[in-house]
Ligand binder design. Structure first.
Ligand SMILES: *[C@@H]1O[C@H](CO)[C@@H](O)[C@H](O)[C@H]1NC(C)=O
Ligand SMILES: *[C@@H]1O[C@H](CO)[C@@H](O)[C@H](O)[C@H]1NC(C)=O
Ligand SMILES: *[C@@H]1O[C@H](CO)[C@@H](O)[C@H](O)[C@H]1NC(C)=O
Length: 221
């Protein structure tokens, strides 16, 4: 079993995190931005979503449905000290069986996790942001009681392939790259989302188990 958040002592403070603006409207198309490789608002590229969930759509085998398997953030550890930052990866819910972040949102290219606070945690929110998408490594999030810097490297790309058997929802991209995510088995139970999976890695996953997936943004209507 992974680290339980209920077992971690948080020292939360409330702070200002910009609420993701909702989709649609003129402001989206008219925003000038460097997100989505400069394509934000153009040709199905957009850098902001409401609260959504993510799933992994198998690029090689037939999928049971047009969304794929649900993905969730999974705690993997922390960097200690007074400004402790907790680290999370993205994994299939089926492999980890816990979910403290019911939704995520894209806010001008920053991928934010919405932590589900519970009375056991003190009932106050934390900040969770996808902080690292490095080649050959797991997609990594950081959580802190203090607000974290934006990391506007993500984008959503509208699906053009649903009728051709592709996923229904938009695809998550790093820049404009939707095509280099994989699900790979970690040393533990977690089946992790890896960016540009590589046989040469830090040992956190077994490359031989990797298969390519599209990270699908669900629930966008
Ligand atoms: C996806 O396809 C791979 C083979 O390419 C298979 O091993 C794996 O079980 C499939 N995963 C899902 C969730 O369907
Ligand atoms: C789609 O199928 C996967 C199993 O491959 C399942 O985990 C998931 O819940 C299904 N999604 C929906 C929306 O039915
Ligand atoms: C997204 O979810 C968070 C946490 O549940 C909530 O505070 C926020 O208001 C939601 N944002 C929108 C746009 O619904």
């Amino acid at each position: 079993m992974f680290i339980s958040f209920a077992s971690i002592v948080f020292g939360f403070s409330l702070g200002a995190l910009a609420a993701p603006s909702s989709l649609g409207g003129d402001s989206l198309a008219q925003r000038t931005s460097t997100t989505c490789g400069g394509l934000n608002g153009i040709a199905g590229f957009f850098d902001t979503t409401p609260n959504v969930t993510l799933s992994a759509w198998n690029r090689t085998l037939p999928n049971a449905n047009d969304t794929g398997v649900p993905l969730v953030l999974v705690p993997i550890g922390e960097t200690g000290g007074p400004n402790a930052v907790h680290l999370e990866n993205l994994a299939t819910f089926a492999s980890v069986g816990i979910n403290f972040w019911p939704t995520v949102a894209l806010d001008q290219g920053t991928l934010i996790g919405n932590f589900m606070s519970t009375p056991a945690d003190g009932g106050v929110p934390t900040f969770t942001v996808a902080t690292q998408a490095a080649a050959g490594t797991a997609l990594q999030f950081s959580s802190s009681s203090k607000s974290l810097p934006n990391n506007p490297i993500f984008c959503a790309v509208a699906s053009t392939s649903a009728e051709g058997g592709g996923p229904r929802g938009p695809a998550l991209a790093i820049g404009t790259d939707t095509d280099h995510f994989s699900l790979c088995q970690s040393q533990g139970p977690a089946n992790l989302i890896i960016y540009q999976a590589s046989a040469t890695n830090d040992g956190s996953y077994d490359f031989n188990t990797c298969y390519p997936v599209t990270v699908v943004i669900d629930d966008l209507v």
